[in-house]
Design a protein around this ligand. Structure first.
Ligand code: TYM
Length: 343
């Protein structure tokens, strides 16, 4: 007997992604995710949310959480998301995510979650003290995506494993509930040199909001002086830049700065090296700083302007949540029917 290929999803293409409101956004978030949102919104229906339900898997001050959500929303708008085109909303304002997540908790297997590296990293040595929510975090992420039947998910490389789990959940649900092609098996969009931006202090560590050293990252709200200074201080080596990308092998810090330049310029590492081969970091860093300031400066200025009018951000988020529910509610209703639930 041969296994039959599962029936493919035949519905419309949709883009979905989200960012947690759990700290300042940095260049990695921008290049790995945000910069793609604004571009994709013109290609497919696009849903971009603020993942406040994910954020509380680790403690968040309730007095600050709404402002943190506004901060991410301001970043979305400042990087070019248009609320007249994309649907922008807070996750907690669309209860269908959490309701679908419960059903998915019963579809996903413990063995699948046990493999998740992000849980291992975030729970550290004392896994028994981590919240249960942190453990089932990727299941909620699958619900975020599939409640809109999203087909494309722009994220950084660190989210690939969660996307694989999403595909596993979608496939198992379709199979178990005899609903071939009901959920799509979504694709992560991780292409490009900004998919994994590394720390400016350590080319082996990811740029991250949880790194204790502020010099390890460029924050979206950093001003021009801070950006230039952090790039000046970035760890490098004494060699000049090579002619080809292979020449960067074994030079993680150099590779990272070249990748950042390429991602900011919208070019490739090969093109950057064609321009800078043979030059040392004394020459390259000021060029990178100028480029970073020219792109990040207007974003942080726009974020500050938007944040001075939180009422406008709240209106956008409230309207976005209503619009999101128009797509999420029918999916959940169909799921409940398939599962055999009441109502
Ligand atoms: P979060 O909030 O940690 O990060 C937001 C986005 O930024 C990307 N990213 C990076 N990209 C390149 N280099 C880096 N150093 C870097 N650091 C972070 C992340 O890959 C992400 O795309 N689980 C998600 C939030 C989420 C989500 C979703 C995303 C919840 N539900 C559904 C997509 C679809 C997260 O923790 O992102």
């Amino acid at each position: 007997m041969t296994d039959q290929a599962p029936t493919p999803y035949a519905g419309p293409k949709r883009v979905l992604s989200g960012v947690q409101p759990s700290g300042d956004l940095h260049l990695g978030n921008y290049l790995g995710a945000l910069v793609k949102f604004a571009r994709l919104q013109h290609e497919q229906p696009t849903f971009i949310f603020v993942a406040d339900q994910h954020a509380i898997t680790v403690w968040q001050d309730p007095k600050k959480l709404k402002d943190q959500v506004r901060e991410i929303a301001a970043a979305y708008l400042a990087t070019g998301l248009d609320p007249a085109v994309a649907t922008i909303f807070p996750q907690s304002a669309v209860p269908e995510h959490a309701e679908l997540a419960w059903i998915f908790n019963c579809v996903a297997r413990l063995g699948w979650l046990d493999r998740m590296t992000q849980f291992k990293e975030k729970s550290g040595k004392h896994k028994e003290r981590a919240s249960v929510g942190l453990y089932t975090y990727p299941v909620l992420q699958a619900a975020d995506i599939l409640v809109y039947k999203a087909t494309h998910v722009p994220v950084g490389e660190d989210q690939k494993q969660h996307l694989e789990l999403t595909r596993d959940i979608a496939g198992k649900f379709n199979h178990d509930y005899d609903a071939p092609g009901f959920f799509p098996l979504p694709d992560p969009l991780t292409q490009g040199p900004g998919a994994r931006v590394m720390s400016l202090r350590d080319g082996a560590a990811k740029m991250s909001k949880s790194d204790p050293s502020d010099n390890s990252r460029i924050n979206l709200i950093d001003d021009a002086d801070a950006i230039a200074q952090k790039i000046r201080k970035a760890k490098t080596d004494a060699e000049p830049l090579p002619e080809t990308a292979e020449g960067l092998d074994g030079r993680p810090e150099a590779k990272n700065l070249v990748a950042i330049y390429a991602a900011l310029a919208g070019s490739t590492e090969a093109e950057v090296l064609a321009e800078f081969a043979g030059q040392g970091f004394g020459a390259f860093k000021p060029k990178l700083a100028d480029l970073a300031v020219s792109i990040m400066g207007p974003i942080s200025a726009e974020m500050r302007r938007l944040k001075s009018d939180p009422g406008e951000i709240d209106r956008i988020l409230t309207k976005g949540a209503e619009k999101a529910r128009e797509t999420a509610a029918p999916t959940l209703a169909e799921v409940k029917k398939l599962v055999g639930f009441w109502g």
